[in-house]
Ligand binder design. Structure first.
Ligand SMILES: [Zn+2]
Length: 167
């Protein structure tokens, strides 16, 4: 065939050394009323109150908070405070491939809150996998997200409770 190279337009694109990701690609929810209908949960958490919704009609306690009761479909829900202490029901370590912004390894677990019928998953902070056991006491930590924005976002983790050094 004929040599057509000279007739093909060519151009160059530049690949930036660093790609700025939009903030919505981070792991954490936007927490204000404009972005989530459970913003009250985050408002309370920011003040140190760990809470969730309870159905006014059937009494079901949900976690995470809901806008409609999954048991009876009522939307008559109220926020109630939850205990800050619980026990480790199960746990695992994430050793790689964590979400953006999370350094591995970290421990994630299922926590049974004391005195209420709530079992939730959360990161277990300040803990080494090898030092943990099922049944360990853990307590709530409110963690602020430093994102350089004005969102003042928070999330919850649990940390092992220091239990009197080899009781
Ligand atoms: Zn209900």
């Amino acid at each position: 065939m004929t040599d057509t190279d000279d007739e093909v337009p060519r151009r160059t694109v530049e690949i930036p050394e660093r790609i700025e990701l939009p903030r919505l690609l981070d792991f954490y929810d936007l927490q204000d009323a404009e972005h989530t209908r459970i913003h009250e949960f985050y408002d309370r958490l920011r003040e140190g109150d760990f809470s969730t919704t309870q159905c006014e009609d059937c009494g079901a306690l949900h976690f995470p908070p809901r806008v409609v009761c999954p048991e009876c479909t009522s939307d008559d829900l109220e926020y109630v405070s939850l205990p800050h202490e619980g026990t480790l029901f199960a746990f695992s370590a994430v050793r790689g491939g964590g979400p953006l912004g999370m350094e591995t390894p970290f421990v994630t677990g299922v926590v049974e809150l004391d005195g209420v019928d709530v079992r939730l998953s959360a990161r277990i902070t300040d803990a080494e996998y090898d030092d943990l056991s099922i049944g360990d006491s853990v307590s709530l930590v409110v963690t602020e997200i430093e994102d350089g924005l004005d969102q003042q976002r928070v999330f919850y983790e649990f940390e092992p409770q220091s239990e009197g050094e080899n009781a």
